[in-house]
Every structure is written in structure tokens, then in C-alpha cells.
Write a protein that binds this ligand. Structure first.
Ligand code: ATP
Ligand code: MG
Length: 895
């Protein structure tokens, strides 16, 4: 990084990546029929009509057919399809048709669910749409106006201004840069280092500005950009999150299990009954019976419904559906302080000299540095701290007239100071540096820094920033005595340092954001200046600013704590300021951990430290990310809520990245969840919604897995005992479709609030234990039914044994499924709680179909026949015993 006063593109210096070496920025502008003052609005409109919208690749919603094709790639669908192929190869057309219908229904439902969730979020997404800062002229003779424009409306030739946190909205050729660093993660992958852009370089859509600023001209938009050409865009490898570990983990275990089933059935029937390959269709049917084929649909529907509810409330946008599940699983939430817990609208509170006496000159010097950083860096807007300093200084009637900026070096991620090199005409005569007031403009200590009158053309270096960082660059301290010479003040001893650090700490602990201000005289020189020049400074004093808490922050944190989410604060600010903010928010800050300590700790030690620490202060971006990694490594599902460029690495490192509405564009783009309202309590509602969605998925899995396992055990037993197939393919199909349709109603279940008091995670082991226990219970009911059937059919002397058996089992299966649905819903108290209307309708539907279908004209068509009344009486006994056992076991189960 070099002191870079205004660096226009030098002819011949351009080193663009697209073979553009040798093209100057001016030539590029000319080729695009544009100029440094930007396009006229009329010309821009014409170009928009010609080139079309500048749609950002990652944000285009997938068309419906692509969604459908994608849902075919799901593991269950893949297994079902292969089973279907096996059946077709064996000419078992019945089974093959059943499978084809199941796959189609599942894919259509799933694609529709996703599509609907996307549509309901679209309007909300508009609300937090990304804009670009462009320079355009209303008409040909007018002066250029700098304004915000939705990125979609950018056209080639537009002149765009970039600031930290901006996403590069189109492919640009840089015209001017000031200490610009950009990150090209979207194009080159996660770990790409920040690249430095200089004038003439090509800066590609999708990269983001880390620090500094730039002006560039758009060379390509929409489908013509390099990023669009590089599609399908991959956001880089993600570490497996909670969703992958639980839902996907369970799915894959089941897939493996299903793949084993068919061979097992073949072997069993060969060994026990001496049958050969002719059992293959039966084996396939058993495997299909075990498949929770609606799992992808239920997962999508549950998540999409949750996401749509949140979007409709106008509060939260879930940008990646699995993130809603993950949000429900979060047990540690790391939160950035400035701009998230606070409003990031600092207001000047006081300026003091090193002795702690009020001293407006300190504010004035800080404002001078802020002003020239703003001008020289060509930032579209000052940063919040600088703006506060400028406002306060202006209010006090000062002005930096006569002072002229030479160079500026802004702060950025990992750099907590900003400085400006200014020329003070005629040195430091009172009033020479600023203000036109009757009193000397720079009273107190500042005048003494350089004496009453410095040499003509002397440069003054003003440095402001984090107290520790400024102090370590100081060798002297202003002592308030007049005329202490050009070097200013007196040498800084070790005890001075300790005393000054303590003064800064005290200011911070009173809740202020603290900046130390230091100055130094430098010989006028045209040579480049670098951060190494920010040394041998004289400390002028401290400025304290007050940043009010976000109004809903305290309530939001209380709600999260009540829901079992531990909150930790990760900030770049002073530990004292952060601790004070925590206390005001009702969070016990404990002993803050600072970046130096984080650096010193190994990964294992950091995991231990992180577990018991609430405040992490003076964090650079990589510290925030390391803490998040450490928490994840320690087994916590970790969310990160942050709004700035310095939060980007942590947003990406977390299981769920969350960004408030006012976050910088890159942060919003990196986040999985965006809060669309200012209200932080929306987060608590999003967490609750996530847990409810996971609860629906869990209920589906509990119900389906246990009854499928029960049916498969019963089917195997019957298949090995009976001379005919225990269930015909058409019956399997009707039964599965009935089950599936009924289960979709579970998404409307409202479990008691207490069910989701804790983070909700699906534990595969617990689930499989549950499936075994309840599957065996279910199988017992089926086997009892077989007994009842054998008894009644024999006593009735029935001849249609096969059709009667099929009808009897069909009826019993649908009735037990209705019971299972009612009793295995979310919440152990499901038996005592009245089910919501959709669930009651669905279970009644199951029972009616189960009882009446075999008796209806459709019965014979499906190979079923009417049963003697005695059967119904005995089955009622079996069902009531089963229902009682189920209710008792459910109360005892831990899942
Ligand atoms: N414009 C500025 N001029 C001088 N120093 C600054 C400026 N902006 C920030 N700093 C210093 O850098 C420190 C770190 O800033 P950074 O942006 O990383 O985090 P933050 O805004 O303090 O907190 P958070 O991480 O909670 O958003 C600030 O506490 C401040 O001391
Ligand atoms: Mg912040």
C-alpha cells in the first residue's frame, strides 16, 4: 500500500487481464463512447434498450424445468429410478409403473415448492436490492450527478464509483484508484488473496472491494461479463453444515440400507424357500416400500413454507433454503457490534488532550484527517466515524480553509488507523490552519507541537485511529506548554504510555468509541509515502464518540438467550467499549479476549477459550473467522450476524451467515439469511420458524421410517410364509400415495411452544433407534392382523383367500398409519393435544379410504374383496391395543 494521491491512469501503464495491455483508460472510454463525466441519461436509456438488463448471474432464479431436472438428481429419486429400471428389465411392469408415478409426483411437488418459495421472496429481495453508484449527466451540457442505480440498469460506458464493501456490479476498466484492494473470491475460489487494482486494470463483476476506492467504466454487462461466461457459478466448496450432517446424512444412510435390502431379500428367499431370481420383483417392491420417497418433497415444502412465511412477514429473506434448518440448529450466535448491535451512527461526545482536559483542537485535527481521507480517496460517502468528526467540527465553526491535502491512507480490514498528509500554508500561525475566528484557531496543545510558526510548505501528517495502534507509533506527547519547538511536546516515557492507555480505556469503559489523534511534521517531499511513514508521532489527544444501541438489540438478545442460543460479540472495537455495550444489552461480558490473545492461542486452546468467552475485541476479519471456526470445531452450530467488510470471512466461515438490512452489498451477498427489516427481533422469529420446519421434517421421518420398517418386516414375513405376494404393485402404489398425501398435512401441525425451546437438531442415531423400536411395534400390529385374518377367513370358510388377505392388510395399514400420524407428531404430548384441522382431515381421509376402498367398485379392480364383519371387530381390538402401546411408548421416547 502506498500513499496514493489521486492516481489517474497513466498512458501505457494499463495492464488489463484481457489482453488489453497497452490500452489506456482514456482510449477505453473513447472506444465506449463515454467520458470521465459519464453518460447522459438519454444515452444510457438507449444503451439499456440495446444491451438489455445487467442481471447478476447468481441472482437469476432457476426456471422450472431446471428445478425439475435437479430434483431428479436427489439420492432417493436416483435409487427409485434404478429400482424402476431393474423392474422394467425384468418386465415387472406393475412395479415399474408404481415407481414412475412416485418419482414424478415427488419431483413435481418439490420443484413447485421451491418455485413458490422463490416467488414469495422475490418482492422482498427487491427491497434489499443491490445498487451501484454511477456518475451520469441529466443532459449533455449538465454537470455530472452521482447517484445510486439498481445494478440491473447499468450499461456499457457507465462511469461507476466503488467503495469498500461494494460488489463490482459489471466488468469494469478502472480509471482511478486509491489504495484499492479487491477480492475475487467469486471468480477464483474462497482462499484467493485480496488483489490490488490499479488504474487500467480490468475489475470483474462479482469481485468485491475490500478497501480503498476507485472509479471505473463499465465494459461489459449481463450475459457478456466474464462471470456469466464462467457459469454455472460455484460459490466455492462449503464445509458440510448442519443440514448436510443431519438431513442429508440420514438420507444417505437410508439409501445404503435400501440398496442392501433387495439382495438380502433374494438371499433370504433362496435360503428359506429355495426360490431363485423370480423373487427379484418382490425384493424390489420391499426396497421401494422402505423408501421415504417423499422426504425431498417434505424437506423442501417444510423449508419453503417457513421461508415463505418469513418473507410474507416482510422480515427475513432466506437465500439458501437449508439455511433455515441450520438457523434452527444454531446454538451459538456470534454478533458483530458496530452497525449490528449499535446503530453505527456515532455522535461526537468529547475531545481531550493527553491530560484529559477538554481540547477542541484534537477534534479539529481528527476532522482534517477525515476530510482529506474523504476527498483524496474519492469515497462516495464518508465512513460513519469520519462523518461524525466532520459534523462536529463544522458545528464548532471550524473549517479547514487553507489546509490542503496531499495524500491519504484510509483504514481497512486489519488496519485500525487512517491518516492524511496535509500542507499548511505558512506553517502553524494561529489561524493559519483553520477557522477564521478571532481567537487562535488551534489553541492548546496543537500549537505547541510545531511552534508558533513553522517553515513554509511544511507538511503535517495527521494520524487517527485505535488508541493502542496510534500510541505505539508515538514517541512524543503534547504537553500543553507553548513553544516547545517543531518536534512538539515532550518525549513519551513508559509510564506515560501506561497512563495514556489507561485514559483511553477509561473513555472506552464509559461506553464511548475512542480514537487517538497524533500529528507529526514532515519535510515537504513529492516522494511516495507509505504506512512505514506513520511513526515518530506526537500524541495530541483522544476523541470520544457515542454510538447508540440498536433499539431492538436488547430484546432480540433476550429472546435468543431464552431459546437456548448463546450470544458472543466479535468486534474490531476496544474491549472496554464492547463490554459496556454488552452490559447495556443485558449480556454479561465476562473477561474480554483480544486479538493478541487469539493470535497466541493454538486451534485447540482457542476452542476452549472461545467456549467461555463472550466478548472478542480488536478483531481483524481473520480473527472473527478463526473464532467461528474454533466454535464449530468444538461442536457448536455457529451463526454469524454481521454487516461489514470486516465480517465477510466470518459470514462465510459460519454454519449460517446472517446480514442485517443495512449491511454492505458483499456482506448481503455472502449471507445465507438477510434481515429485511431494521427489527433485530425478527431473528428470534426466524430461529423459531427454522426449528418448526426441522420439527416437521423430523415428524415425517419418525412416522414414515417406523411405519415403513414395520411394513417391510411384515411383508418379508408374509412373503416367506405365503404362496402369493403379500401386496400387489397396484396396492403398494395406492397405499404409498395415500400415506404421502396425508403426510403433507403435517406441515400445518402446531406443536406446543415448549417443543422448540432448544436448538433443533436431527440426530441420526436417535432417529434410527426410534425407527427400530416403533417399526417393531408396527410390525407386531401387522402380524397380529395376519393372525386375525387367518382366523376369520378360516372360520368364514372364505375362498378368495388372496384378495381377502390383501383387503384386510390394506385396511389395517391405512388405519395404523392414521394412528401413527396422530401419535408420532411433534411433541411427546401429541396424544393429549388436539391435532390441527388439516391433520384431522388427512387422518380421517386415510381411515375412510382404508375402510371403504376394498368395498367400493375399485376394490376388485385393485385385487381386493369384502371381508366378514368379524374381521373388523377383531381388528378394532388389535388397533386399540396398538394405539395404547404407541401412546405409552411415545411418552417414553426421547426423540
Ligand atoms: N475512519 C476511521 N478512522 C480512524 N480509525 C478508524 C476508522 N474506522 C475505524 N477505525 C478504527 O479501527 C477500529 C476497527 O474498526 P472495524 O471497522 O474493524 O470495526 P468496528 O467498526 O470498530 O467494530 P465491528 O467489528 O463491531 O463492526 C475501530 O474501532 C477504530 O478504532
Ligand atoms: Mg460492523
Amino acid at each position: 500500500m502506498a500513499w496514493a494521491p489521486d492516481r489517474p491512469a497513466a498512458p501505457g501503464r494499463a495492464t488489463g487481464r484481457n489482453g488489453a495491455t497497452g490500452t489506456t483508460a482514456l482510449e477505453v472510454l473513447r472506444a465506449l463512447e463515454s467520458g470521465p463525466r459519464g453518460l447522459t441519461e438519454a444515452e444510457a436509456d438507449a444503451r439499456l434498450a440495446r444491451h438489455g438488463e445487467n442481471a447478476f448471474p447468481g441472482r437469476r432464479p432457476d426456471p422450472w424445468p431446471r428445478r425439475f431436472a435437479r430434483s431428479l438428481r436427489d439420492p432417493f429419486t436416483a435409487v427409485l429410478l434404478s429400482l424402476g429400471l431393474v423392474s422394467a428389465a425384468l418386465a415387472a411392469w406393475g412395479t415399474a409403473c408404481v415407481i414412475a408415478v412416485l418419482v414424478t409426483v415427488s419431483c413435481v411437488l418439490r420443484a413447485t415448492g421451491e418455485h413458490r418459495a422463490d416467488r414469495s421472496a422475490a418482492a422482498l429481495r427487491e427491497l434489499v436490492a443491490t445498487t451501484a453508484t454511477v456518475r451520469r449527466r441529466p443532459a449533455e451540457p449538465d454537470a455530472p450527478v452521482t447517484r445510486e442505480l439498481p445494478v440491473e440498469q447499468l450499461v456499457p460506458g457507465d462511469v461507476v464509483l466503488l467503495a469498500p464493501g461494494d460488489l463490482v456490479p459489471a466488468d469494469l476498466r478502472l480509471l482511478r484508484t486509491t489504495s484499492l484492494t479487491v477480492h475475487e473470491a467469486a471468480l477464483t475460489g474462497e482462499s484467493a488473496p485480496a488483489a490490488k487494482g490499479t488504474a487500467g486494470d480490468l475489475c470483474l463483476q462479482g469481485s468485491s472491494v475490500v478497501s480503498g476506492s476507485a472509479t471505473g467504466v463499465v465494459v461489459a454487462t449481463g450475459a457478456d461479463t466474464v462471470l456469466s461466461g464462467a457459469l454455472p457459478q460455484d460459490r466455492g466448496p462449503r464445509l458440510p453444515g448442519p443440514f448436510d450432517r443431519s438431513v442429508n446424512g440420514i438420507a444417505w444412510t437410508l439409501v445404503r440400507f435400501m440398496l442392501l435390502t433387495a439382495p438380502l431379500v433374494l438371499v433370504a428367499s433362496a435360503l428359506l424357500r429355495g426360490r431363485g431370481l423370480e423373487t427379484l420383483p418382490f425384493a424390489v417392491a420391499v426396497a421401494v416400500g422402505l423408501t421415504p420417497e417423499m422426504l425431498p418433497v417434505v424437506v423442501t415444502t417444510a423449508l419453503a413454507r417457513g421461508a415463505a412465511l418469513l418473507a410474507r412477514g416482510g422480515e427475513v429473506i432466506v437465500r439458501r433454503l437449508p439455511a433455515l434448518h441450520d438457523l434452527g440448529a444454531v446454538d451459538v450466535l456470534c454478533v458483530d457490534k458496530t452497525g449490528t448491535l449499535t446503530q453505527d451512527r456515532p455522535v461526537f461526545d468529547r475531545a481531550v488532550d493527553p491530560e484529559g482536559r477538554d481540547d477542541p483542537a484534537v477534534l479539529h485535527w481528527a476532522a482534517v484527517a477525515a476530510l482529506w481521507a474523504l476527498h483524496l480517496a474519492e469515497l462516495p460517502a464518508p465512513d460513519a466515524l469520519d462523518e461524525a468528526l466532520l459534523d462536529a467540527d463544522e458545528e464548532r465553526g471550524s473549517g479547514a480553509d487553507g489546509v490542503e491535502g496531499v495524500a491519504a491512507l484510509p483504514c481497512g480490514p486489519g488496519r485500525r488507523i487512517a491518516s492524511a498528509l496535509v500542507r499548511v500554508p505558512g506553517g502553524y500561525a494561529p489561524g493559519g490552519c483553520a477557522t477564521g475566528g478571532p481567537e487562535p484557531a488551534l489553541p492548546g496543545n496543537v500549537r505547541t507541537l510545531t511552534g508558533a510558526r513553522g517553515p513554509v510548505g511544511t507538511y503535517v501528517l495527521v494520524v487517527k485511529g485505535a488508541a493502542e495502534d496510534v500510541l505505539e507509533r508515538c514517541t512524543r506527547v503534547a504537553d500543553g506548554a507553548d513553544g516547545s519547538g517543531p518536534a512538539g511536546g515532550r518525549p513519551l516515557g513508559p509510564e506515560d504510555r501506561a497512563r495514556l492507555a489507561a485514559r483511553a480505556d477509561a473513555l472506552a469503559e464509559s461506553g464511548l468509541r475512542v480514537l487517538a489523534v497524533a500529528v507529526a511534521e514532515r519535510p515537504a517531499s513529492t516522494g511516495p509515502y507509505a504506512p512505514e511513514d506513520e511513526r515518530e508521532l506526537t500524541l495530541a489527544g483522544f476523541v470520544g464518540l457515542r454510538d447508540a444501541l440498536a433499539p431492538t438489540a436488547a430484546e432480540a438478545l433476550t429472546v435468543l438467550a431464552g431459546r437456548g442460543v448463546a450470544v458472543k460479540v466479535l468486534t474490531g472495537d476496544h474491549p472496554g467499549t464492547a463490554a459496556r455495550a454488552c452490559r447495556e444489552l443485558g449480556l454479561d461480558p465476562g473477561e474480554p479476549l483480544t486479538a493478541a490473545r487469539i493470535d497466541a492461542a493454538g486451534d485447540a486452546e482457542l476452542a476452549r477459550l472461545a467456549a467461555r468467552t463472550t466478548v472478542f475485541a480488536r478483531c481483524a476479519p481473520e480473527h472473527k473467522a478463526r473464532v467461528v471456526h474454533a466454535l464449530r470445531a468444538a461442536g457448536h452450530t455457529t451463526g454469524f450476524l454481521g454487516d461489514g467488510v470486516n465480517d465477510l470471512a466470518a459470514l462465510r466461515a459460519a454454519d449460517v451467515g446472517i446480514c442485517p438490512r443495512d449491511g454492505v452489498p458483499v456482506a448481503r451477498e455472502a449471507a445465507d439469511v438477510v434481515l429485511a427489516s431494521k427489527d433485530l427481533t425478527a431473528l428470534g422469529r426466524a430461529v423459531a420458524t427454522g426449528r418448526r420446519s426441522t420439527g416437521h421434517i423430523a415428524a415425517y421421518l419418525r412416522i414414515t421410517l417406523s411405519s415403513n420398517l414395520g411394513n417391510v418386516i411384515a411383508m418379508l414375513t408374509a412373503g416367506l410364509l405365503l404362496p402369493f405376494l403379500p401386496m400387489l404393485p397396484a396396492q403398494v402404489l395406492v397405499q404409498n400415495l395415500c400415506f404421502d398425501a396425508a403426510q403433507l398435512s403435517l406441515a400445518y401441525d402446531h406443536p406446543a411452544a415448549t417443543v422448540h425451546e432448544r436448538p433443533t437438531v436431527l440426530r441420526p442415531r436417535a432417529l434410527f433407534r426410534f425407527m427400530t423400536a416403533f417399526g417393531l411395534l408396527n410390525a407386531a400390529a401387522d402380524l397380529a392382523t395376519f393372525g386375525v385374518l387367518a382366523l376369520t377367513l378360516r372360520s368364514a370358510g372364505s375362498t378368495g383367500g388372496q384378495a381377502a388377505f390383501h383387503a384386510g392388510w390394506f385396511t389395517e395399514n391405512l388405519l395404523t398409519q392414521a394412528l401413527v400420524m396422530l401419535l408420532l407428531r411433534a411433541g411427546r404430548d401429541a396424544a393429549e393435544r388436539r391435532a390441527p384441522l388439516p391433520v384431522r382431515l388427512a387422518t380421517t381421509g386415510l381411515a375412510v379410504v382404508g375402510l371403504l376402498l376394498p368395498l367400493s367398485p375399485l376394490g376388485p379392480a385393485l385385487g381386493m374383496t369384502a371381508l366378514p364383519p368379524l374381521y373388523y371387530g377383531l381388528m378394532a381390538v388389535v388397533l386399540s391395543l396398538y394405539g395404547t402401546a404407541l401412546a405409552v411408548a411415545r411418552k417414553k421416547a426421547r426423540t
